[in-house]
Design a protein around this ligand. Structure first.
Ligand SMILES: *[C@@H]1O[C@H](CO)[C@@H](O)[C@H](O)[C@H]1NC(C)=O
Ligand SMILES: *[C@@H]1O[C@H](CO)[C@@H](O)[C@H](O)[C@H]1NC(C)=O
Ligand SMILES: *[C@@H]1O[C@H](CO)[C@@H](O)[C@H](O)[C@H]1NC(C)=O
Length: 198
């Protein structure tokens, strides 16, 4: 929470320096705090994550959307403030043919900042207690960034158009990294070991 608040503060300072720029699009990376349906879209239909079921989504969308919330997420509010007006934040790893012209969201619930292979080499083989849900997602921040890079020709066309798109986009880098600490603690490592890894 402190991390979150301090990043908000940072955002505010950056924004006041750039004098309320009007962003043309939003590009988002992160974990469950910003996941609008990516983990769900990546899941095996026979082993859906808990966010595929009630009560997730019950107060705003009135059905589960894959958001780790009963309603909207912060990114939904950022996307929908009057001068942005991008009301729906589609998940990049969701249904094909979604429209990413204004908002593209790579955030995946359970994601880590570090690669899963890096954590596994250090003995972090975390699996959910409900084994049918398997180990946590391998769509780390690095994998999300690679997906973004690979999708650029489709998202914005030529390199100069892409430079223009990125220059005028609000880029949300996280929240990401909280799960790196969670999994290390969940497998019973000590605080010293957590410091060494992260
Ligand atoms: C484990 O998760 C699956 C899929 O969400 C669910 O069908 C099953 O009931 C869960 N099992 C337990 C013991 O919670
Ligand atoms: C977007 O904002 C409008 C106006 O406040 C509201 O009616 C609508 O429900 C919002 N949509 C989402 C997805 O937040
Ligand atoms: C992530 O896991 C999936 C399914 O097991 C696999 O197909 C994919 O290659 C993995 N990706 C990375 C970057 O490890």
């Amino acid at each position: 929470m402190i991390f979150f608040l301090s990043s908000l503060l940072h955002t505010t300072i950056v924004n006041s320096e750039t004098q309320c720029r009007r962003f043309k699009s939003i590009i988002s990376f992160g974990d469950s705090i910003a996941d609008t349906g990516n983990l769900l879209g990546l899941s095996d239909p026979n082993h859906l994550p808990h966010v595929a079921f009630s009560p997730y989504g019950e107060t705003f969308f009135h059905h589960p959307t894959g958001r780790f919330s009963n309603g909207r997420l912060i990114i939904d509010f950022i996307g929908n403030v009057s001068n942005h007006g991008f009301p729906i934040v589609p998940p990049f790893y969701g249904p094909p043919n979604a429209n990413f012209e204004k908002v593209v969201n790579f955030a995946v619930g359970e994601a880590t900042a570090l690669e899963r292979s890096f954590l596994e080499e250090r003995g972090i083989h975390f699996a959910y207690t409900n084994v049918s849900l398997g180990v946590y997602t391998n769509v780390s921040l690095g994998v999300q960034l690679k997906s973004f890079k690979d999708a650029l020709p489709k998202l914005c066309g030529s390199p100069s158009d892409c430079r223009d798109m990125i220059k005028n986009a609000l880029i949300l880098m996280g929240e990401i990294g909280g799960n790196d600490y969670n999994y290390v603690f969940f497998v019973g490592k000590t605080i010293e070991e957590v410091r060494d890894i992260n």
